[in-house]
Design a protein around this ligand. Structure first.
Ligand SMILES: Cc1cc2nc3c(=O)[nH]c(=O)nc-3n(C[C@H](O)[C@H](O)[C@H](O)COP(=O)(O)OP(=O)(O)OC[C@H]3O[C@@H](n4cnc5c(N)ncnc54)[C@H](O)[C@@H]3O)c2cc1C
Ligand code: SF4
Ligand code: SF4
Ligand code: SF4
Length: 469
């Protein structure tokens, strides 16, 4: 029986691990490692529990979901607050500069997720000598995707595009920590937070990792998402050989992005196909199929702990340009100088904080406005709830919220179990997941009627007020 207090007892056993791998680097006994769970999610595991120090808890001090590690506000107050002229917004965190733009090189832009600025800034950090290498996520023949060290601009380039798939850092962290090189690293908000905690505990890691770049994040998923999309279109989910997310198509809106999947049939022949958001997999994403459980408790939308954050420009004026635009929030003078130095390589327009927030409207609703209600519901089911910042616990209540929260949680859980139970057979999976979709449609319809009636009521109130005054 586990009697030691560590990330296994406090985080993994409560399904709160996102498999970032950062705890493995700080463990003095080297007994933590990362493996795939039966549901296709990375999680931490332990080799020899008995070696775990009774009063250690170092792993908990870096874990982004541990109550004994600092929250995003505490971390960022200590890093960014002293920067001259820095601004603060309670949703975005600290910021020096906000812009929307894209790289001018058309080929590179088309091969990127949105406007290609995340890859571009990595290139500039390397070529300007600000770092010796960059760590980003690359296609991998065995794992589909993994973190890799890039020593050249060409290597950085092959890591462009978002990867909605599990990746982890444990294999590289020892190299980073024991190296004399300086690395820039790109990560999701929870991973940026874990790296900041590692830097706090191992101050020399600040020198080794002088730049952390962050991606805005709605949620991440297990392997099941891409496997079920593959199976849905007749592919073999047991032998996917490569995946390209965010394939762009000149005939479609920028938000209708494609996924190109290559797989080998049972006979061993190679096949490939591309499917788009509106062909059906968008429904999987928005209904949180295969979503990680920890994402239910994440209140960081904009990767607040990163030196610069990158996101899609989900604003109506950019939706028709299929080549994509990136919004960037910079918290670093050095990054701002690079933007200025290489400004002829990109198009850029300043963007207001209001629009940066507007561009992430659905994340704002889920991660902030419904967080308090979600916590209340999940606490009621007996689950362990990680401590959250008081400032993130807003509450905007609508009729149907409770039902929706319960349904989305059940879907994320059930999808992972069903996918395994059906042995990745899409027809069986579809039959069983469909019942959840029917329920979601019913709740959404109810909410729409409620919003409509509410709007009429507000207009009537306004009319009455005008008549009276
Ligand atoms: C799981 C996930 C969820 C996201 N959710 C949102 C969202 O809700 N709203 C939004 O606006 N944007 C979201 N993004 C970010 C968005 O998809 C783009 O990454 C961002 O717009 C930058 O685009 P770009 O063209 O500048 O990036 P690119 O130039 O294409 O570069 C992207 C960089 O990110 C790295 N990368 C890709 N996947 C990962 C990963 N899983 N972990 C760490 N690094 C990675 C790549 O290696 C590459 O270096 C999400 C990204 C991911 C991976
Ligand atoms: S408590 Fe210490 S020894 Fe035990 S797993 Fe965590 S870091 Fe390792
Ligand atoms: S630090 Fe990362 S890998 Fe370790 S337990 Fe926490 S979330 Fe999991
Ligand atoms: S939603 Fe939060 S916890 Fe989930 S992957 Fe994104 S940053 Fe990590």
């Amino acid at each position: 029986m586990n009697t030691k207090i560590n990330v296994i007892s406090e985080i993994v056993q409560h399904n709160l691990c996102v498999g970032c791998g950062v705890c493995t680097a700080i463990c003095p006994q080297k007994i933590l490692y990362i493996r795939f769970s039966e549901h296709g999610e990375y999680l931490a595991d332990i080799t020899e529990q008995r070696k775990c120090g009774d009063k250690c808890s170092l792993c908990l001090s870096v874990c982004p979901f541990s109550d004994s590690s600092p929250n995003e506000s505490e971390i960022t107050n200590s890093i960014f607050m002293q920067i001259p002229n820095i601004n603060y917004d309670s949703l975005i965190g600290f910021y020096l500069k906000t812009l929307v733009g894209s790289i001018l090189n058309e080929d590179k832009r088309i091969e990127s997720t949105s406007g290609g600025l995340a890859t571009w800034i990595q290139e500039k950090l390397l070529l300007s000598g600000a770092v010796d290498a960059v760590i980003n996520v690359q296609p991998d023949t065995d794992l589909l995707f993994s973190y890799k060290i890039c020593n050249t601009a060409d290597e950085i380039k092959t890591g462009a595009r978002s990867c909605y798939y599990p990746v982890e850092l444990s294999k590289l962290l020892d190299t980073i920590i024991h190296s004399n090189k300086r690395f820039a690293i790109i990560a999701l908000p929870c991973v940026c937070k874990a790296i900041r905690n590692l830097q706090q505990k191992m101050p020399y890691c600040r020198k080794n990792i002088p730049f952390i770049l962050g991606l805005t994040c709605g949620h991440n998923v297990s392997k099941g998402l891409i496997e079920s999309v593959c199976a849905r279109f007749g592919g073999n989910p047991h032998n996917i050989t490569s995946v390209k997310f965010r394939k762009k198509d000149p005939m479609r809106y920028t938000s209708d992005f494609g996924i190109e999947i290559k797989y080998a049939s049972t006979a061993g022949d190679e096949h490939s196909f591309t499917t788009h958001w509106t062909d059906g997999y968008g429904k999987y994403w928005t209904n949180r199929l295969f979503a990680l459980h920890a994402c239910n408790f994440c209140d960081d939308i904009y990767a607040e702990c990163a030196d610069a954050s990158f996101m899609d420009a989900w604003l109506s004026r950019y939706k028709e340009d299929w080549r994509g635009h990136t919004i960037m929030v910079s918290r670093s003078e050095k990054i701002n100088k690079l933007i200025e130095q290489y400004k002829e390589e990109i198009s850029q327009t300043p963007i207001s904080i209001k629009e940066v927030i507007q561009s992430q409207y659905s994340n704002l609703i889920f991660k902030r406005y419904k967080l308090k209600q979600r916590i209340k519901y999940l606490k009621g089911t007996g689950l362990r709830i990680p401590q959250k910042r008081e400032s993130a616990l807003h509450s905007i209540y609508e009729i149907g919220d409770q039902e929706e929260i319960a349904l989305l949680y059940e879907i994320s859980l059930a999808s992972k179990h069903l996918w395994n139970q059906c042995d990745k057979n899409y027809e069986q999976f579809k039959g069983r997941i469909q019942t959840y979709f029917v329920e979601v449609d019913r709740v959404e319809k109810r909410k729409r009627i409620y919003r409509y009636l509410n709007a009429i009521l507000r207009r009537l109130q306004l009319l009455l007020w005008r008549l009276q005054s």
